[in-house]
Design a protein around this ligand. Structure first.
Ligand code: C2O
Ligand code: CU
Ligand code: CU
Length: 518
């Protein structure tokens, strides 16, 4: 099996080099900040999904993308904590999908006509949102062109960097690749007292990799592949952009919105920066870092001080693809450029304390569940290469987790495979308890047994992972334990690997929160 994995990867790397995109000029496009929607209390937003043409790089001409509210990436929704928001999501996409839909997967098989370009099915999920099931974007509750649905977001959770994106069963990777993703910030009044950089000095950055065909269109494989790595890096929908900045502090809300690629981000100036927040809100205090690793779906809220700089510096990446892979393999180094210009005063602060993060205690847990993440061999059928990535060997329709409403549970994920799996649970913000090493599998080189190494002790999470999370990196050969409270809403929610190619086939399952029997 492992040999088979290797040969597929070589093929993918060759493909990356051949693709248009890798040779595009760097730092010629200016970073675009997506439009912000700031609904007033009680207002209902109308957001349509449409196809539009946009210049992603001057040498590509116009590229057809899918937009929320007119642009790729979608408009940034800025919600206020404790102010519920309603959104009418409408699918106004054209009658045919732009990309080839692989009917072999679970989901698209529901398309009755099995054409390669059937009608685009979409459904919007608020990633990281504490949302009732009917507004969560259930992967089977899809909209066809001409259809719409009204979702309600309570916004009762902590201020945080959330994002919304498509989640349609078996075609999520295609819909997100076309552009269906945007930021959703929850702002908490108490945040203003922290005096963090804001206004033009607070910038959301979504990092995504894409490949282009010779005519400038987005290029994506015709049939399912286990991972997708693009030839060019886009930030906020522009290929390798630059941003003019002042010599002062900035707040960047960084999202890895890629299909498969992990990034380990640093500045080529070698300067350190501070992480102040993770997926679900602020960390207790700023954590000084020289680099941060973000797997797909993860966010980092950071403060960068450019005050001691002049001239150019770059945000660079060192993460191999696939991750963790071999050092240097599949890496695209450059991400974007910052040009420090002019002079500027700075009265913003880097507070020493940010918020209280009460620790969830294992002693409160009523259930301990165990999950194995592994590649499972199957007999090849249609375009299926003969294996799938699965959670406990089960698929989307096999529900085995029924947490009781309001209860605390500990979930342990053992990654038996050589690749990272970014695991995401809907509904909850959880905490990482610890990580521990697993034993290598003597019969499958590169793979692991679900057995903990003797005489090793659990490692606590890294300081920048010690806050609220909704997505964590499950590293090869490790068991990661997380703890969550399944509160407020009963119903079915997905949990899955956030490598969208894995999620689509079919590293995605669901849990159902149930009311306790009394
Ligand atoms: Cu960001 Cu279930 O997804
Ligand atoms: Cu989610
Ligand atoms: Cu995965």
């Amino acid at each position: 099996m492992a040999g088979c994995v290797q040969s597929r990867r070589l093929w993918q790397l060759e493909r990356v080099e051949e693709d248009e995109g890798g040779s595009l000029g760097k730092f010629v496009e200016q970073l675009i900040i997506p439009v912000a929607l700031r609904p007033s209390s009680g207002e209902r937003l109308e957001i349509a999904m449409t196809e539009t043409r946009q210049v992603l790089h001057r040498d590509l001409g116009e590229t057809s993308v899918w937009a929320y509210s007119g642009g790729y990436p979608g408009a940034t929704i800025e919600a206020q904590r404790n102010q519920p928001l309603r959104v009418r999501w409408s699918n106004r996409l054209p009658a045919r999908h732009r990309l080839h839909v692989d009917h072999c997967l679970h989901g698209p098989h529901a398309y009755p006509d099995k054409r390669e370009h059937p009608r685009p099915r979409t459904v919007v999920h608020l990633h990281g949102g504490h949302v009732p099931p009917e507004s969560d974007g259930y992967p089977e509750a899809t909209l066809l062109p001409g259809e719409s649905s009204i979702y309600e977001y309570p916004n009762t959770q902590n201020g945080a960097t959330l994002w919304y994106h498509d989640h349609a069963l078996g075609v999520t990777r295609l819909n997100v690749y076309m552009g269906l993703a945007g930021f959703y910030l929850i702002r908490d009044e108490s945040e203003f007292a922290l005096n963090l950089p804001r206004g033009p000095f607070e910038v959301p950055l979504v990092i995504q990799d894409r490949s282009f065909a010779a005519d400038g269109s987005l290029d994506y494989p015709k049939s399912w592949e286990e991972e997708f790595f693009g030839a060019a890096i886009l930030v906020n929908g522009r290929v390798w952009p630059y941003l003019d900045v002042r010599p002062r502090k900035y707040r960047f809300r960084i999202l890895n919105g890629s299909n498969s690629r992990t990034y380990t981000l640093a500045f080529d100036s070698g300067q350190s920066f501070y992480q102040i927040g993770s997926d679900g809100g602020f960390l207790p205090e700023p954590v000084g870092v020289r680099q941060i690793t973000l797997t797909t779906g993860e966010r980092a809220d950071v403060i960068v001080d450019f005050s001691k700089r002049t001239g150019e510096l770059h945000l660079v990446n060192s993460a191999p693809a696939p991750f963790p892979g071999k050092a240097g393999e599949g890496v695209i180094r450059e991400v974007m450029q910052f040009r420090v210009r002019g002079t500027w005063g700075d009265d913003s602060a880097l507070p020493s304390r940010l918020t209280a993060v009460p620790r969830l205690r294992e002693s409160a847990a009523v259930k301990f569940r165990q999950f194995n993440l592994d590649m499972v061999d199957e007999s090849p059928k249609c375009t299926d290469p003969g294996f799938r990535w699965l959670i406990n060997g089960l698929g989307w329709d096999d529900i085995t987790e029924y947490p009781e409403l309001g209860s605390t549970e500990v979930w342990s994920f053992s990654n038996l495979s050589p690749d990272v799996h970014p695991i995401h649970l809907h509904l909850v913000q959880f905490q990482i308890l610890d990580r521990q090493k697993l034993q290598p599998d003597p019969d499958r080189p590169g793979f692991f047994l679900p057995l903990i190494m003797l005489a090793t002790r659990p490692d606590p999470p890294e300081p920048n992972e010690a806050g609220w999370k909704d997505t964590f990196r499950s590293m090869p050969g490790e068991v990661t334990r997380i703890i969550a409270v399944f509160a407020n809403f009963a119903g079915k929610y997905p949990y899955h690997c956030h490598i969208l190619e894995h999620e689509d086939h079919e590293m995605m399952r669901q849990f159902e929160v149930v009311k306790p029997n009394r």
